[in-house]
Design a protein around this ligand. Structure first.
Ligand code: SF4
Ligand code: SF4
Length: 424
């Protein structure tokens, strides 16, 4: 096996890892590679998945050998600009697979969110090279299950916990600012140098450019009645944004967008003209969680946007550096940008409800599928407010609560098909 030596250095369970990759390869072939009429620009992203535990891991390992900080994350609250400024790498850790959950359930309760169990299970199994490579795993206090899991995870790996306030008022803004500064100090310690104003500004601009490319993709997914790319492919691009080198990723997304512009001009659509268009709203879909999108699109609708962290919430807002003259100014700009995140962990969180409506209008969707992972209390409870508001606007909505197992696929399919029928 090509990367076996590397995996040994990372103390991985190679046999188990190979089983995981075999399953991933089969699922990917079925859901992605066997589909027709995909944009050619997707070849790059298919290659990233084919080499997800290969070339990218080699690149990160090389960075590690140069003493650059490698930070694994689970949440979009991480100010990744700070890691990029220190010339390190910040990447999302997969929490979207059923494969690692049985091991996790030996330590964690069964009735907590599968995202947490999946990610924790990868550490226990030693099957995720990204986890093994991380100098530090960045956790946050966004939900009860996560914050208690970090205590257990810290017995297995170095963990940094950032305290995310649950209200956005003055005192808590100050606390949050301090947390960003504390994170910066930790990254500087790992990198062995201080982050200058120029470096931080450059880090911010690099991440802004990545978000701009993703915004461009969001605009082009469905335009002038043409669905230029399948929702499943767009979701994949959004998922890859958390792993890839940010500069290369932005270039590739822009290249894909050039092709999508041509497809729109020529009227090349992935779906028939009258296809119902769906917004998926709710909990994040970490790779390889492709369950709901594949069901929706196999049932004859197109997913044209995700109101989620692996989706619009990640790229909607940039950090505004205009007028910044000092590192402190840049930290303030980071704070302002991260405060705009409308995660369901906040109370109140009415801005999210309004953002869902805004996205429905922008993308002219026919309906919304509200998605919540089992036992995610914040998104689960918040579904009532979001759904009430959607009903007020006359936008049809279907609520799906599920995990990563395949047992309920047919049941979900029946509900989704019936919902789509009502939209026609
Ligand atoms: S949903 Fe909330 S806790 Fe989860 S990744 Fe997004 S911001 Fe973080
Ligand atoms: S999906 Fe919900 S329960 Fe799971 S980690 Fe995110 S906020 Fe926590």
């Amino acid at each position: 096996m090509a990367y076996e030596e590397l995996y040994k250095k990372l103390d991985m369970d190679i046999e188990k890892h190979n089983q995981l990759m075999e399953i991933l390869g089969q699922v990917y072939q079925e859901l992605f590679l066997s589909r027709k009429n995909r944009p050619e620009g997707m070849n790059y992203f298919d290659g990233v998945i084919a080499e997800i535990h290969g070339k990218r891991i080699e690149e990160l390992f090389a960075l590690k050998e140069q003493g650059r900080a490698l930070v694994g994350t689970f949440c979009i609250f991480v100010p990744e600009e700070i890691v990029v400024a220190a010339k390190g790498a910040c990447y999302g850790l997969c929490g979207g697979a059923q494969f690692s959950i049985p091991e996790a359930e030996a330590h964690l309760p069964r009735n907590i969110c599968p995202l947490i169990k999946s990610a924790y299970g990868f550490k226990l199994q030693r099957t995720c090279p990204y986890t093994q490579l991380a100098d530090v795993i960045y956790g946050e206090t966004t939900c009860e299950a996560k914050k208690k899991t970090w205590e257990l995870l810290s017995q297995l790996h170095r963990v940094h916990v950032m305290h995310i306030p649950h209200k956005k008022e003055t005192l808590e803004r100050e606390l949050w600012r301090k947390e960003i500064e504390r994170f910066k100090v930790e990254i500087e310690e790992l990198a062995g140098n201080t982050i200058s104003f120029e470096n931080l500004k450059e880090g911010i601009e690099t991440v802004n450019a990545k978000r701009n490319a993703m915004k461009r993709l969001y605009d082009l997914r469905c335009k002038d009645g043409v669905v230029s790319i399948a929702g499943l492919d767009a979701l994949l691009v959004n998922q890859i944004s958390f792993y890839d080198d940010p500069v290369r990723f932005a270039q590739q997304v822009n290249q894909l967008c050039d092709e999508l512009e041509e497809r729109i001009e020529k009227g090349i659509s992935v779906f028939p003209e009258d296809v119902p268009k769906i917004l998926v709203s709710g909990t994040p879909m970490a790779p390889p969680n492709w369950k709901l999108h594949s069901i929706i699109e196999q049932s004859g609708a197109a997913v044209v946007a995700e109101e989620a962290c692996i989706g619009a919430r990640y790229f909607r807002d940039n950090v505004d550096v205009s007028g910044c003259e000092t590192v402190e100014d840049l930290i303030d700009a980071l704070l302002e940008r991260y405060l705009k995140i409308d995660c369901a962990c906040f109370t109140p969180n009415d801005e999210r409800v309004e953002n869902v409506i805004k996205m429905c209008r922008e993308k002219r969707v026919d309906g919304v599928v509200y998605y919540t992972l089992s036992f995610c209390h914040t998104y689960n409870v918040e579904s009532k407010k979001v759904m009430d508001r959607l009903k007020e606007e006359g936008i049809p909505v279907l609520r799906i609560e599920t995990d990563y197992s395949m047992e309920d696929v047919e049941q979900i399919r029946t509900r989704v098909e019936a919902f789509i029928e009502t939209l026609r």
